[in-house]
Ligand binder design. Structure first.
Ligand code: FES
Length: 310
C-alpha cells in the first residue's frame, strides 16, 4: 500500500506527525521518501526504507522519535513538483494528490546560470561576427532616411500660364524619389503659383523677406517680399490632401481642400476648416524668360508650426 498524504506517522515509541509530501524517483516512479511534519520543529525527510508498514491512514516507522529527529531537515529548494516537471505516466503508479508529489530538482536546471552565461556568450560572439557583415546592408537601407534634403531647383513651367493676378494656377511637375530600400521612382507633384498684387504680397510676407533654411539652419534661399510670384506647396497643411482653386459662394475665389473643407485665401491664410496653419510657401524664382523654378519641399501635416520633412 502507498503512503497517503495526511497519514499519521508513528515512531516505535510514540506518534511523530503526518505525511505532508511524497518524493518520487522520476525513473522508477516509486516513492523514495516521505516528508513528515513534526510540531515544534522543521519537517523531516524520511527514506522509505525507514518505514515498517503502511496501513490505511497510518505510516509506522522502525525507529523512535528521537532517532527520527536525526534525519536531516527537508530542503524544499532541492525539489520541484510534478506540475513543474512532466513525468510521463506517473499517475498510473501513484495515488496521491499530484501537487504534493515532488521529484528531485533536475541537475541540468541547477546549472541554469552557467548555461545562460554560455548562451549569452554565444549571442555576443554571433553579434561580433555578424555586425561587420550586416553593417553595409544596414547602411544601404538607412541611407535615404538620413540623406540631406534635396535643395535643387526644379523647372516647373512658364509664368505665361498665369492668366490673372491673385488667382491660383496649378503647375505640375515630376520628381524622382527614393524611399528607403525601394528602387527610385518618379512621382507627379504640383504647386500653386500666384502673381500676387501688393495687398496679397503684404499678407504673405508681412513686410519681411522670407528665408528658407537647410537642416543645419543655413539659409538656402530668400523669397523677396516685393517679387510678385508666390508658390504654395500642393499639399494641404491639415492632412496633406491636394486642394484646388475654386469659386466659393460667399468668399469668392479661394483655395478649397475637399478632404475636410479647409478654405484658404489667395495669400494662403486659413478662412475656414480644420487646417492648423496657412498654406506652405516654397522658394521660387523666375528667370528672365519667365521660367518658374521652385525648391520642392514638404512639411509635416497637422501641426501648427512648419516642420520640413522632404
Ligand atoms: S486635408 Fe485638407 S482639409 Fe483635411
Amino acid at each position: 500500500m502507498q503512503p497517503k498524504l495526511k497519514s499519521k506517522v508513528r515512531g516505535a515509541d510514540q506518534e511523530i506527525g503526518e505525511v505532508t509530501k511524497v518524493i518520487v524517483d522520476p525513473l522508477s516512479h516509486e516513492i523514495s521518501d516521505l516528508v513528515v511534519s513534526v510540531s515544534g520543529t522543521e519537517d523531516r525527510q524520511v527514506p522509505m526504507c525507514a518505514v515498517e508498514t503502511v496501513t490505511d491512514g497510518l505510516v509506522q516507522l522502525r525507529m523512535s522519535k528521537a532517532d527520527f529527529l536525526e534525519f536531516a531537515p527537508f530542503k524544499r529548494e532541492d525539489y520541484v513538483t510534478t506540475h513543474e516537471v512532466e513525468i510521463p505516466h506517473l499517475e498510473d503508479h501513484l495515488h496521491v494528490t499530484p501537487g504534493e508529489v515532488l521529484v528531485p530538482f533536475p541537475e541540468l536546471e541547477r546549472n541554469v546560470k552557467r548555461r545562460t552565461f554560455f548562451a549569452n556568450l554565444t549571442h555576443v560572439i554571433g553579434l561580433f561576427i555578424g555586425l561587420p557583415l550586416a553593417f553595409p546592408v544596414l547602411k544601404y537601407l538607412m541611407k535615404p532616411m538620413y540623406s540631406p534634403f534635396d535643395n535643387g531647383w526644379l523647372k516647373i513651367g512658364n509664368v505665361g500660364k498665369i492668366k490673372a493676378d491673385d488667382a491660383g494656377t496649378q503647375f505640375k511637375y515630376k520628381r524622382k524619389v527614393k524611399e528607403a530600400y525601394l528602387p527610385e521612382a518618379e512621382i507627379e507633384k504640383n504647386v500653386w503659383v500666384l502673381k500676387a498684387t501688393p495687398a496679397v504680397l503684404e499678407k504673405v510676407y508681412q513686410g519681411k523677406d522670407m528665408e528658407f533654411h537647410d537642416a543645419l539652419g543655413k539659409t538656402i534661399w530668400t523669397n523677396k517680399k516685393d517679387v510678385p510670384y508666390i508658390a504654395f506647396s500642393g499639399k494641404c497643411p491639415h492632412l496633406g490632401c491636394g486642394f484646388k482653386w475654386r469659386q466659393h459662394k460667399v468668399l469668392g475665389q479661394v483655395f478649397l481642400c475637399p478632404c475636410h473643407l479647409s478654405i484658404y485665401d489667395a495669400a494662403g491664410k486659413v478662412l475656414d476648416g480644420p487646417a492648423p496653419r496657412p498654406l506652405d510657401p516654397l522658394p521660387i524664382q523666375i528667370s528672365a524668360s519667365g521660367e518658374v523654378q521652385i525648391i520642392d519641399m514638404e512639411f509635416k501635416a497637422g501641426t501648427k508650426s512648419q516642420t520640413r520633412i522632404v
